[in-house]
Write a protein that binds this ligand. Structure first.
Ligand code: LLP
Length: 448
């Protein structure tokens, strides 16, 4: 977070609170969120897109009732993709009309919950879902606002598992012409256009926008620009087929999330303001050319808001030097968490910046691997890093930029209780989510 510093005796402080105090109060492993940092990233995002923008925080990155309230009070909207995320948001009092729901396989209960709660809109992802939602809305006697998720065929340069707009994956309706249609260069014969026709032909759905999400942890703005061009190309096709009057109800162009953050010092993500001004320009130019009013440009950042606002604190338990081929050794530093609180290193080869947190050391730095306490050798938190040679059990490590997709992807592997989450603000700390206990595990046992 932006408010990270050191005390006089060398302990890292986050939002003005020293890590040893946090560890004493809440234990480790501990996630710590800097409220001011999280909020200011919300505000920056909102300000960058200005009056043409609508920023949905992607709650999958990290959600709790308190986080939902931060997002709400900063004036953002919220993305959810399951009934669980929707339930937390509503319980926190998040205004339903500012919530959008995503997902390639929302079940009937989730769709019906969304309709019942009267959320702002639902992003439809398949023909089956269009029919399903039409029927469910009809049964409730309501008309549901929907966006169509299109797959613009942009290869985002990121890990395969989090890249979503190339053709061969599960999300959305392809913009590419259906094979054999012969419609070179137009979207007339695309799955996306078929979806537009299906929604227009439905009784209980209203098409209010088009949506694309090209992937996550993206560093190049041109992928977003290309996606915007292609989605606008589809809009032009809608105008050609259905006329200006009918196309006017498509008032939202949602370009998804995906803006990258810096996990290690050498990474330099693009500025939000640059992304915003470029997208606003493209959309303004193209909608003017089509004779359409300027649509609202929606974006759905998760990582760029939550990621840098959170860190993880661990305590070192054991240290071991392991001989490698030749004379080299590798120092394995085991901490009290691991792949249960951060699966990203194992899953995506993610890199992190790790520092000695409770003191400063003059000792020379040695190459280390920070590993967890789980029963497999792939349980790595930071694959290669430099830590001082005098590191000892009981020292604390802080891993930066763990605010997104760490707690939210955490597991109970080896019955490790989920870590606690604390908040720092104005030089004070408080608990946001308590640490899980064995009693929590036992409460699920039918036969206890
Ligand atoms: N909108 C949609 C439709 C999405 O699928 C996602 C992320 C977002 C927005 C937010 O993307 P962001 O701004 O956070 O990049 N677990 C992976 C990331 C998966 C992202 C899935 N969808 C990771 O830890 O890197």
């Amino acid at each position: 977070p932006r408010g990270t510093a050191r005390t006089d005796d060398g302990a890292v402080t986050i939002g003005g609170v020293a890590v040893d105090e946090l560890a004493d109060t809440y234990g480790t492993p501990l996630f710590v969120y800097d409220e001011r940092d999280f909020r200011s990233r919300c505000a920056d995002m909102q300000a960058s897109f200005g009056p043409h923008g609508r920023v949905h925080y992607a709650s999958k990155a990290f959600l709790s009732m308190e986080v939902a309230r931060w997002v709400q009070s900063e004036g953002l909207s919220l993305d959810v993709c399951t009934g669980g995320e929707l339930a937390i948001a509503l319980r926190a009092g998040f205004p339903a009309e500012r919530i959008a729901m995503h997902g390639n396989n929302k079940d009937e209960t989730e769709l019906d919950f969304a309709l019942e709660s009267q959320i702002g809109h639902i992003v439809v992802d398949s023909m089956i879902e269009i029919e399903r939602l039409d029927r469910l809305a009809g049964a409730r006697g309501v008309v549901a606002d929907v966006l169509i998720r299109v797959t613009p065929g942009v290869e985002a340069h990121t890990h395969e598992f989090i890249s979503t707009a190339h053709e061969d994956q599960k999300f959305g309706f392809a913009l590419a012409a259906v094979a054999g249609s012969g419609a070179g260069g137009t979207y007339r014969d695309s799955k996306a256009m078929q979806a537009v026709r299906a929604v227009f032909a439905s009784t209980n759905l209203r098409l209010v926008g088009l949506h694309s999400h090209i992937g996550s942890q993206i560093f190049e703005i041109d992928g977003f620009e290309l996606a915007a061009h292609r989605v606008l190309g589809l809009l032009a096709e809608v105008v050609a087929e259905f006329g200006l009057e009918k196309t006017r109800q498509i008032e939202v162009l949602d370009l998804g999330g995906g803006l990258g953050i810096s996990y290690i010092p050498s990474e330099d993500p693009p500025a939000v303001a640059d992304l915003a001004s470029s997208l606003v320009d493209i959309v303004r130019r193209e909608s003017e050319r089509l004779g359409l009013p300027m649509p609202t440009i929606a974006v759905e950042p998760g990582r760029a808001i939550a990621g840098p606002a959170g860190v993880t604190l661990y305590r070192v338990g054991t240290i071991k030097d392991v001989a490698l081929d030749g004379a080299a050794t590798r120092r394995y530093v085991s901490v009290d968490g691991g792949m249960s609180d951060n699966i990203r290193t194992v899953l995506y080869d993610a890199e992190y910046d790790v520092r000695l947190a409770n003191r400063v050391s003059d000792a020379e730095a040695v190459v280390c691997r920070v590993v967890g306490k789980h029963c497999e050798s792939g349980d790595i938190v930071v694959r290669d890093c430099w830590l001082p040679a005098d590191l000892t059990p009981g020292d604390m490590l802080v891993v930066g930029a763990t605010g997104a997709y760490c707690y939210s992807m955490s597991s109970r592997y080896n019955m490790a209780p989920r870590a606690a989450v604390a908040v720092v603000a104005e030089g004070a700390s408080r608990l946001m989510l308590r640490r899980e206990t064995v009693e929590d595990f036992l409460s699920l046992e039918v036969d206890s």
